[in-house]
Design a protein around this ligand. Structure first.
Ligand SMILES: Cc1cc2nc3c(=O)[nH]c(=O)nc-3n(C[C@H](O)[C@H](O)[C@H](O)COP(=O)(O)O)c2cc1C
Length: 168
């Protein structure tokens, strides 16, 4: 699947089928994260794949009770150490993590899976549950798997509302 096809095929899924992810697919998704760019090529992020059903169940509490995440066969958790603010004012590690998570999830879509990006989680609870060291930031959480039923992406603003050429 071409990159644009994966972008067009993506939509947030909140109910997954019981189909597990095979090891080769997980490795391919991780490879997409490994090759993602990072600020100064520091590569301080870790891509955690949670597949243990008991841990997934406990992630519900860490994700503010979003019970539907239990249906996912895996949950990706993106975290990183050594956060710093770049000259542009943005967190280097948040940026690195968002890019890696985007690469991984789009690769997953290219393999027929879907995901849902979560910002509604308690980073301290996630850290405790997954043994993530204190000096790490937890950037994003994404349940991932095969959708229970086909869905569709939410509507998006038209091009002219979001694209600017030259000055705003
Ligand atoms: C940064 C971010 C945080 C999000 N947090 C949550 C969340 O905690 N729970 C949830 O159900 N969806 C969450 N979403 C999914 C959005 O609601 C979804 O992407 C949006 O409604 C657009 O729908 P689409 O992904 O199908 O295009 C989040 C998405 C992003 C990008």
């Amino acid at each position: 699947m071409e990159v644009m096809e994966a972008i067009e095929a993506r939509y947030s899924v909140r109910k997954y089928s019981s189909r597990k992810l095979d090891a080769a697919s997980i490795e391919q998704i991780m490879e997409a994260g490994r090759l993602a760019p990072t600020a100064s090529n520091q590569q301080l992020n870790k891509h955690i794949v949670v597949t243990d059903p008991e841990l997934i169940r406990q992630m519900v509490d860490a994700c503010e009770g979003q019970k539907w995440i239990e249906t996912a066969p895996a949950i990706l958790v993106e975290c990183a150490s050594g956060d710093r603010t770049m000259i542009c004012g943005q967190s280097a590690r948040s940026m690195d993590g968002a890019i890696a998570m985007s690469y991984m999830t789009l690769e997953a879509v290219s393999l027929g899976m879907q995901f849902c990006w979560l910002g509604w989680f308690d980073p301290e609870k996630v850290k405790k549950l997954l043994n993530i060291p204190e000096d790490y930031v937890v950037i994003a959480v994404a349940p991932i798997g095969y959708p229970e039923t086909p869905g569709h992406r939410s509507s998006k603003k038209p091009t002219e509302e979001v694209v600017v050429y030259n000055r705003m």
